[in-house]
Design a protein around this ligand. Structure first.
Ligand code: G
Ligand code: G
Ligand code: MN
Ligand code: NA
Length: 254
């Protein structure tokens, strides 16, 4: 309860910030997109998202918080595109955000206000979001996709029904969970599973992003497997907007 009050105050006092983690084309190391990741500095103390996103979801504060992240990140990415090259923006959605009143309209407004093309925005969802209000969630996400927004399945491979999920929702991208990527080259089963997911995604015509790349060996194997994009500390860490600014001024690649 105390955290809930603090979250409300944090929103009013603008204690939240957005970091951006580059996603690269594995063949060229070119930055193709950035994933927005929310950060909370409670005074001088950093509170990890895993600690406050649950309470924010329970209290409903996730709705105004997510709307702020959406508008702010669309604005920043549109500015980077105007000053350099056409990167995309990936956003993590929350279940409550999707079913909140005016979710579709809010996304449309953020795109219109910022000038970011719908095709430059990817919305990341996880399977658990289809547990409650599945029909309404699918309807709203499909509506946005019809407007040109892209959809991604985040943490792919870890849910109860990853393959069924692909049939329920028209998606453009899968993001392979780090629990698979971590075992690349070290664990035969995880290496084989990663290879199989990459092939599945490619065969379905989806963009396949490997997450949590930390070692050069993982990068090499993913390239050899035909994985199209990658993200992870080895490639680039999440960074403040300033960091993206200088990245966009200096080079296309990381
Ligand atoms: O940033 P890491 O930064 O620690 O993120 C931890 C978790 O928080 C991840 O599961 C990530 O998807 C989630 N997350 C980060 N930013 C956001 C956000 O803006 N909205 C939602 N709903 N989840 C986020
Ligand atoms: O669930 P989602 O994929 O949205 O979570 C993104 C989270 O993963 C963020 O917390 C981000 O900081 C973290 N992350 C990104 N790259 C790496 C990595 O290479 N290793 C680890 N351990 N975490 C990473
Ligand atoms: Mn994500
Ligand atoms: Na993920």
């Amino acid at each position: 309860l105390e955290l809930a009050a603090d979250l409300q105050r944090a929103l009013i006092e603008q204690q939240f910030a957005i970091e951006y983690q580059p996603v690269v084309d594995l063949a060229t190391s070119r930055v193709t997109a950035v994933e927005a990741l929310v950060r909370w500095w409670r005074g001088s103390v950093f509170v990890p998202p895993d600690q406050f996103l649950g309470p924010a979801e329970d209290t409903g504060l996730i709705v105004p918080l997510s709307e702020w992240i959406l508008r702010e990140s669309c604005r920043e990415v549109a500015a980077w595109r105007a000053s350099s090259w056409d990167i995309g923006l990936s956003l993590n959605l929350s279940a409550r955000q999707i079913t909140a009143p005016r979710f579709v309209e809010t996304v449309e407004e953020a795109l219109a206000e910022s000038g970011l093309p719908a095709s430059a925005l990817t919305l990341e969802v996880i399977e658990e979001m289809l547990v409650e209000d599945a029909e309404e969630t699918i309807r709203r996400l499909s509506e946005l996709r019809a407007l040109g927004v892209r959809l991604a399945i985040d943490d792919f491979g870890t849910g109860y029904a990853s393959l069924a999920f692909l049939r329920q929702l028209p998606v453009d991208m899968i993001k392979i969970d780090p629990s698979f990527v971590s075992g690349l080259g070290r664990d035969d089963t995880l290496t084989l599973l990663t290879r199989t997911i990459v092939r599945l995604g490619n065969d379905l015509g989806l963009v396949v992003v490997a997450e949590g790349i930390e070692r050069p060996e993982q990068l090499e194997l993913l390239r050899e497997m035909g994985c199209t994009r990658g993200q992870g500390f080895l490639v680039a860490r999440p960074m403040a907007a300033r960091g993206v600014d200088s990245l966009m001024r200096t080079s296309l690649t990381v």
